[in-house]
Structures are given as structure tokens and as C-alpha cells.
Design a protein around this ligand. Structure first.
Ligand code: BG6
Length: 509
């Protein structure tokens, strides 16, 4: 196991939802699992005034995302709470960072945390540059006596220009290897397993190219709507919220060339090349190949569900997309001519994220069934969530006379692995940062390259009134127009069910 130095985690945005829901519970899991170093502290920072005790009550003893865990005994809660501190700082005020510096100096001295600091920016993005500057001004970016790392939450930029500007500003105070741009999809075990499936097995890689793959599909469907995040979401939309980051990270892992080594830079170099090879869209391509939609009110499983425009903090005239489906190409040797279809949406029939590899059919059809050709396409499904696993569909002979064939499933489910502890995405990512491992974090050049591809779509949507936003009833698979993206007779998206092996229009949701 890698060594974890003694250190302090400083969370900006300490009274926010992310801290309570994800960050503190992730650190608590690390504590219970024995992954924290001997000397460790967490310090929450925000404008609100709390004493250390008040803050411990809020994020530990009364935090429903933590206290319901099986590991949350009175002893573990107390032991963990003793590591948690709070410092009020007006983070907008560049003069106020001296207060944080003094508190950290004191904590480092009391707790022997060796001047090693992670600064986690869980604030609104408008504060990222100010915080980096504030930390730089008081020398908290310095690595002369310990190390200093900055975790930046998504969204990383609002478009290409703002992402470039943010990179530039952060780099004034921190070097690239101190900056950890988080994408929680990369912390998911099943996402990391895509990399392993490809490169640890000899049977997939020879087929993993334009000669054998017909098309690739990525779906990230959510059953929920925007919930309480209307304010943020209405100025973001699905393209920025899910595609530019999470889905593109999945695409990069599927499409990348084998890295020379499994270290951070080798892997991140190959991912960058994928983004650089995305074929840019013309205005005409955008109209034809990118479909956007917005959910409308409907009855889902017997329950009335409001439309997007009726959600809290959403404009009644909003044109923000809650659904995007797109077709694009990766112009390189491996993927020439292979279409990638990706889609994401809120208020879909079920919650599912998966990658589907459709292999080309046989070149010569030996077995012919009554009305249709057999030898359907082989399909490999890499299921990210839920019912995590891998499914391979292939043809089998139906017992009896002749050579009638039928497609059958061969499936592996993660839950068959007993006694294996699967860490939560944030837990894994925070631990990696604690150990100085950037592999599962996005690099600045990659982030910009992904924005470069997305930016023209955002501009076209903004400037061309005639590009429609299609309405779709909540609880459905989105606008029908998305089906037309997929070329070929009888070709369609896979309509997955929550159970990996099921698909189609009618299934257990
Ligand atoms: C977040 C998005 O990054 O990812 C949310 O902001 C989305 O809108 C969420 O719901 C999905 O994450 P997961 O892990 O539930 O698939």
C-alpha cells in the first residue's frame, strides 16, 4: 500500500451540501477503514460562524449521511469528530486568508501534520480563482516545508474561454502537479475497471477497433429530475453538467490507445489524444447530430411529476436541456468511421449508466433463420451502475434439427465478488490525492481539449434560434429524434433496464 503522509484537509464550502453529503462521509469511511495517517485533521472553512463543537455537531453527529452507516458507532463518531475543526473566513476577501494561515500553523504544530495541506474547493466556481490567489498570497501554495495540493470541483469552466482562464489563473499560484480536477465518475470502481477489462485481457484488444466494432454507445440516464438544484442547473444544462466531463471521461477510457505504463502521465497523455482527435462539428453537423430535449410533466409510475419549467428556481421560459444525445467520430487510425453515440438525461425511465460495444456482424452469413439472418451483432455491455457488471451477447445453437440460432447472455455481476469492499468514488479520489496520485484526476490540457469540442455546440444553441429543444414526457427515454441519429436498418439504442441482462421497452424499472 502507498504511504500516506501526515496532513490536513481544508474544505472550502464547509457548510455546503457537497461537504455534508459526500466529503465528510468519505473521510469518515477512510477513518473507519484505517486509511488516515497517524496525524490528521480536517478543517472546514466558510463564512458562517461556527465553533469547532458546533461544526462537529453539524457535519458529524447530526449528519444523516454519516450516522446511518453501520460503522458509525458512538466510539467511531467521537474519534472522528476529534479530528474535525472549523475556521470562519470570508473567502471573497483576499485579506482574510492570513486568519486561515495562522490557524493552520497552529494545527500543524499541535497535531504534527507536517505542513502538508489539501485545499478542497467545494464552493461555487466563481470563488475558485479568488481562493487560489488568497492561498498564494499567504504562502499556503508553497511546498518548501510540506506539500500543498488543490482539489477543484466541477464545473471546471462554463465554456472554453472560462476554462482556459481558470487554468491560467490557478497556474499563477499552483503548478499543474499540485492541481487535482475532480470528476467523480473516475472514482467509480466500474469506470476504472473499463481500463482493466481492455488492457488486462488479451481477448478484447485485438477486436477493439474499426475492423470489428460497428458502433459504440454510452448512456447515462437518471430517474430523478433536477431536484433542489434548479438554480445551478438552469444555467448549466446536461451538456455542461454531464457530457463535457463524465461522459467524455468514459469515452476517453474506451477509445484511448494502450498507455506505455499505468502511471498518471502515461494514461493522461493517451486520454488527451482522444479529445484532440474528436472530429469538430460544423454548424450543419450540430443541427443533425446533437439532439437536445427538456422533460415535460407527466405521470410516472402512477405519480404526477412536474415538468422542468415548473421546478424550483427554473425559469418558466427556460430552454435549458435536460437531455442530450449526440453522434460523433474520433478521427484516428483505430476509430476511423466508427460512430460514437452518447446520451444523458434526467427523468428517464430508470437510473443506468453503461457503455455498449456493438461488434460488426459476421462477414458471411452461414446460418439463416426463418425470416431473418442470424449472426446478429455481438454486444458487450460494460455496466457502470446499477447492477454493476459485464454482459456479452452471442449466438448459440437452438437444440434440435438444423442450425437455428438464438442470442444468449453471458454475464458477470460485481456483487458476486464476496468480501470485497468497494469504496465510494469520493473516498477513492480523496485518498489518491492524499497520496499524491493524479491518475484519476483530469489534467488541464485535457479539460480544455474537451471544451474545444463542446464550445461550438453551446454557441450554436445560443445563436441559432431554429435549433429545437424537444420536449419529452418525464419517465420516457427522451425525444424520438434521438433514435434517428443511429444509422442502419433495425439499429437503435439499447434500452437498458436496471437489471443488466434485461433490455427493451418493457422491463422491471
Ligand atoms: C453530477 C451532476 O456531477 O453527477 C448531477 O452535477 C448528476 O446532475 C450526477 O445527477 C450524477 O452522478 P451519479 O454518480 O449519480 O451518476
Amino acid at each position: 500500500m502507498k504511504k500516506t503522509d501526515n496532513q490536513v484537509l481544508v474544505i472550502f464550502g464547509a457548510s455546503g451540501d457537497l461537504t455534508e453529503r459526500k466529503l465528510i462521509p468519505a473521510v469518515f469511511n477512510l477513518y473507519c477503514g484505517g486509511f488516515l495517517p497517524e496525524c490528521y485533521a480536517v478543517i472546514g472553512v466558510s463564512r458562517s460562524e461556527y465553533s469547532d463543537e458546533d461544526y462537529r455537531d453539524k457535519v458529524v453527529f447530526n449528519n444523516e449521511h454519516l450516522i446511518n452507516k453501520a460503522s458509525a458507532t458512538p466510539e467511531t463518531l467521537k474519534g472522528f469528530a476529534d479530528l474535525v475543526y472549523y475556521q470562519s473566513v470570508d473567502t471573497k476577501n483576499i485579506e482574510a486568508y492570513g486568519k486561515l494561515k495562522s490557524r493552520l500553523d497552529l494545527l500543524d504544530e499541535q497535531n504534527a501534520t507536517c505542513n502538508n495541506h489539501i485545499f478542497y474547493l467545494a464552493t461555487p466556481p466563481s470563488l475558485y480563482e479568488t481562493i487560489a490567489q488568497g492561498l498564494g498570497d499567504v504562502g499556503l501554495n508553497s511546498e518548501t516545508t510540506g506539500w500543498s495540493r488543490l482539489i477543484v470541483e466541477k464545473p471546471f469552466g462554463y465554456n472554453l474561454n472560462s476554462a482556459k482562464k481558470l487554468n491560467k489563473e490557478l497556474l499563477k499560484h499552483f503548478s499543474e502537479d499540485q492541481i487535482y480536477r475532480i470528476d467523480h465518475y473516475l472514482g467509480k470502481e466500474t469506470v476504472q475497471n473499463m481500463f482493466v477489462t481492455r488492457f488486462a485481457n488479451s481477448i478484447f484488444e485485438p477486436l477493439w477497433n474499426r475492423n470489428y466494432i460497428h458502433r459504440i454507445e454510452v448512456t447515462a440516464a437518471e430517474h430523478v429530475g433536477v431536484e433542489k438544484r434548479g438554480g445551478y442547473y438552469d444555467s448549466s444544462g446536461a451538456l455542461r453538467d454531464m457530457i463535457q466531463n463524465h461522459l467524455f471521461q468514459l469515452v476517453a477510457l474506451i477509445a484511448m490507445e494502450p498507455p506505455v505504463r499505468s502511471d498518471a502521465e502515461s494514461i493522461r497523455n493517451e486520454k488527451l489524444k482522444v479529445f484532440q482527435s474528436l472530429r469538430p462539428y460544423s454548424d450543419e453537423d450540430i443541427k443533425e447530430n446533437v439532439i437536445r430535449g427538456q422533460y415535460m410533466n407527466s405521470t410516472v409510475r402512477g405519480e404526477a411529476v412536474p415538468g422542468y419549467r415548473e421546478e424550483e428556481d427554473v425559469s418558466e421560459q427556460s430552454k435549458t436541456e435536460t437531455y442530450v444525445a449526440m453522434k460523433f467520430f474520433i478521427d484516428n487510425w483505430r476509430w476511423a468511421g466508427v460512430p460514437f453515440y452518447i446520451r444523458t438525461g434526467k427523468r428517464m425511465p430508470t437510473r443506468v449508466t453503461e457503455v455498449v460495444i456493438h461488434f460488426k456482424p459476421n462477414h458471411h452469413h452461414l446460418f439463416v433463420n426463418d425470416s431473418k439472418l442470424a449472426n446478429q451483432q455481438n454486444v458487450l455491455v460494460l455496466r457502470i451502475q446499477p447492477n454493476e457488471g459485464i454482459l456479452l451477447k452471442f449466438d448459440m445453437k437452438i437444440p434440435g434439427a438444423g442450425f437455428k440460432t438464438e442470442q444468449v447472455n453471458m454475464d458477470f455481476h460485481y456483487d458476486e465478488l464476496t468480501n470485497v469492499y468497494v469504496p465510494d468514488a469520493y473516498e477513492r479520489l480523496i485518498l489518491d490525492c492524499m497520496q499524491g496520485d493524479t491518475t484519476l484526476y483530469a489534467r488541464g490540457d485535457s479539460t480544455e481539449a474537451a471544451w474545444e469540442f463542446i464550445d461550438p455546440i453551446l454557441k450554436a444553441w445560443e445563436q441559432q434560434e431554429d435549433i429545437p429543444v424537444f420536449g419529452y414526457p418525464a419517465g420516457t427515454w427522451g425525444p424520438e429524434h434521438a433514435d434517428k441519429l443511429i444509422e442502419g436498418d433495425n439499429m437503435n439504442w439499447r434500452y437498458p433496464c436496471s437489471n443488466l441482462t434485461d433490455d427493451g421497452n418493457y422491463c422491471e424499472l
